[in-house]
Each structure stands twice: as structure tokens, then as C-alpha cells.
Design a protein around this ligand. Structure first.
Ligand SMILES: [Zn+2]
Length: 264
């Protein structure tokens, strides 16, 4: 993988246009589908929501590139339309590309698997005011801090390229979450994220310490503890958590995901 961004035609003058074209070209030429490992192909210019697709497995991706590292919240577009796409399980996985402008290289790249982009991490923004041209229209933020680590698949980390086999293996592990219906998956990923923040063996009481945090994300649910227990069973059925004895659990991390403590 060549981390140098391609040169751009001298006819482009706007910085953002140059960066968009260069990072799109780079992705097509250097990155691969993290699901099957084959080439990524671009959708025609002007296609909404989707930027790339896999020629083999048909997974779809949207590219987000920036010259500063991504923070906890990333701006999205239309909230209502996005929720509709999410419920059809048609939202793309997101490729986050951070480039260094002076050196014109790719510095970081991670993919957020679509299985982990749930109703819990799509946070609506206040609707536009009645005086606005698009009154009532609502945008949203993607809360990156609500994506479980397993769904945040690093490919380039501070200029170091990860083995492709590791990327494909992490994708496969995350994919198992697609077995949960989109309307329920938010809870599963929220509880998984709590599990990831505990030591690999943990108790039910450890899990209950996240009650307040989970209640904040799910204000309509008034029995958070029962929900935690239910979702631990779901994670067990998916093969992500083991029940070792009554009230005791073990998280089965894939090597490498637990090690990644870098916060975005
Ligand atoms: Zn593919």
C-alpha cells in the first residue's frame, strides 16, 4: 500500500476539491474491500450515500476524508433519510481517511463496519428553524465514541499499514452483528462497547456499573439491568462472550482489537 497521495491536475484550484479527488483516487488505487479483499470500484460521480463498492461481494462504502484526525462527532447529512436507510440495513460502511497535507500522505485510515452504525450512534441535531429555507430539516452527528472497538477496523495507524489478513479477520468477526435486526442492534453494540471497557473476565455487577450511561442513550427504557442481561445472552449466542459460571462472563477478544486504545 503506497501511502503517498496522487498528484492532482493543475486545473483544480479549490483545496477541498483537490483533497476530495486525490483521496478518492488513492482509495480506488490502494485500498481494498475489507470484506473480501478484492478491488474497490467507484460509483458514478454524483451518486448519493455511496462512494465505492466491492466488485466481488457488493459491500458498499462511503469515504470521509479530513486533514485533521476525526474527533468524537462527525457531521452527517439528513437524519430522517439516514434512519430509513439504516432500518433497511442499506447504510454503507464508512472509510475514515486522515491525510497529512504538508507531506501529502495518508496518515490514518480506519473503516467503521456498517454493522456497528446503529440508531445509538446516529444522533439527531436540532431541526432547522421555521424561518429557514429547509425548515424542519434535521441533520445528525455520527457518535464515533459509541462505535464498539470491534467495529472500528484500523488499516493505517500513524503511517503504519496493518496486515490485510488481520483487517479481513476483524471484518468477519464484526459481521456476526448483522444477524441482529437493525432496530435492535443499537442495544447490542452499546452493551458490547461496555464489555470492551472491562477486563476480559467480568461479572454482572461490573456490567451494571454502566447503567447510568446506557440510560442516557436509551431514555425510554426503564429496566436497563434486564436489558443488559438480555444483551449478554445475545452476545453469547453470537460467540462474542462466554458464560463461565453464574454471573461471570468472559469476553473473547480478537487479538489486536483490545490492544487498540487509541481514541477517536
Ligand atoms: Zn468485497
Amino acid at each position: 500500500m503506497d501511502l503517498n497521495l496522487p498528484a492532482y491536475p493543475a486545473t483544480f484550484t479549490s483545496r477541498s476539491q483537490i483533497a476530495r479527488v486525490a483521496t478518492e483516487r488513492w482509495t480506488e488505487d490502494n485500498f481494498y474491500c475489507p470484506s473480501c479483499g478484492y478491488d474497490l470500484l467507484p460509483f458514478p460521480t454524483g451518486t448519493r450515500v455511496y462512494d465505492f463498492y466491492s466488485s466481488l461481494c457488493a459491500e458498499r462504502f462511503q469515504l470521509k476524508s479530513a486533514q485533521t484526525m476525526f474527533s468524537r462527532r462527525v457531521l452527517g447529512a439528513n437524519y430522517e433519510a439516514t434512519m430509513e436507510v439504516l432500518m433497511r440495513d442499506a447504510f454503507p460502511s464508512l472509510i475514515f481517511l486522515h491525510y497529512d497535507r504538508p507531506r501529502w500522505v495518508v496518515e490514518d485510515l480506519f473503516v467503521v463496519h456498517r454493522a456497528c452504525i446503529t440508531t445509538s450512534c446516529i444522533v439527531p441535531r436540532p431541526p432547522l428553524s421555521p424561518k429557514a429555507e429547509r425548515r424542519g430539516w434535521r441533520g445528525y452527528n455520527i457518535a464515533l465514541d459509541r462505535i464498539p472497538q470491534v467495529g472500528r477496523i484500523w488499516v493505517v495507524n500513524e503511517g503504519t499499514v496493518r496486515e490485510k489478513q488481520e483487517v479481513l479477520a476483524q471484518w468477519k468477526r464484526t459481521e456476526t452483528l448483522l444477524n441482529i435486526k437493525p432496530e435492535r442492534r443499537g442495544w447490542t453494540t452499546d452493551v458490547l462497547r461496555c464489555v470492551e471497557n472491562l477486563p476480559s473476565t467480568f461479572t454482572l455487577d461490573n456490567m451494571y456499573s454502566f447503567e447510568t450511561e446506557l440510560a442516557r442513550i436509551h431514555p425510554d427504557n426503564h429496566n436497563i439491568k434486564a436489558k443488559i442481561r438480555q444483551q449478554l445472552q445475545v452476545l453469547r449466542d453470537l460467540g462474542l462472550v462466554e458464560f463461565t459460571s453464574p454471573g461471570k462472563y468472559r469476553f473473547k477478544p480478537q487479538p489486536d482489537t483490545k490492544r487498540d486504545s487509541r481514541n477517536v
